[in-house]
Design a protein around this ligand. Sequence first.
Ligand SMILES: Nc1nc2c(ncn2[C@@H]2O[C@H](COP(=O)(O)OP(=O)(O)OP(=O)(O)O)[C@@H](O)[C@H]2O)c(=O)[nH]1
Ligand SMILES: [Mg+2]
Ligand SMILES: [Zn+2]
Length: 302
Amino acid sequence: MTAREDGLVVAAHGRHYLVAPARSESACPFLHCFPRGKKSEAAVGDCVSIERRARDQGVIIKILPRRAWLCRSDRFKSRIFASNFDQLLFVLAAVPRVSEMLLGRALVAAHAHRVRALIVLNKTDLEAAARVARARLDLYRSLGYTALEISAKTQPEAARSQLEIRLKHQITLLLGPSGTGKSTLVNLLAPGAQAKTQEISTALRTGKHTTAFTRLYPLKNGGALIDSPGFQNFGLHHVSEKVFAQAFTEFQPFVSQCRFSDCRHLHEPECAVRTAVVARKIDTQRYALYAQLLREAQLTRF
Ligand SMILES: Nc1nc2c(ncn2[C@@H]2O[C@H](COP(=O)(O)OP(=O)(O)OP(=O)(O)O)[C@@H](O)[C@H]2O)c(=O)[nH]1
Ligand SMILES: [Mg+2]
Ligand SMILES: [Zn+2]
């Protein structure tokens, strides 16, 4: 029988995986691996059990249980693209304009998987636009999230010192719209990463994201960054309605005052959450996201 060994999936291109062997004395830093069966379902961040077939090649025999994961999905199919992260770092930028729906989804995902979420506003050198984005950050700070402000390009050292202490020994998944500077941050924090970055105007003209694949980069002082392509959406179909409601922490002071104890805060009479939205005690956009997540969940489940 061929000996098995453990490894960490650092990149996934269809059925082709790049796996870092757990044993550091391994002759190759990375093994090219394929799944044993027809289905290819490993994700970046997965701990896997492999059998070597050649010096730099192997077959994935088993995926070890995951701690946290995110799927890129729609109603019909979903695929896990990153797993086993300790925290989410959502990168938004003065330009392109802040996508709060995406940010809100990331925060719900973090809550559902009980991982920390950190928000970073990049490109503060673009001052006028940064002012607009900054005004919205106060909302998230009031909800208890840490929101840092950096300019990875014009003040890299300040960005590094703000981030390094928060990323040390953690596996951090970078999320955020295309062009906000995720790969720029990877290059700043993970020496030798050489992640591709691109002017947004060029990227938008081609209609493609600069980062095409999710990839894990080890950090010098322990921990790792997982860079992902900027994208519009990811699935939360595995999250229950109850968890959705809990993830909106600003609803919590009101839920006990709803007339019905099983109130979903959508159309029920005497709903204290909706009353709070009307009274502007709850942000309208955040409530709209909650209602949308519930609608999406219903579409998938029935
Ligand atoms: N003005 C300014 N531009 C920045 C800053 N940080 C990054 N950029 C630029 O923003 C553009 C996009 O950066 P990327 O790092 O490729 O963005 P990304 O989030 O990885 O994009 P995708 O891979 O498409 O998801 C590049 O031209 C960067 O040079 C900054 O602090 N200020
Ligand atoms: Mg990128
Ligand atoms: Zn209610």
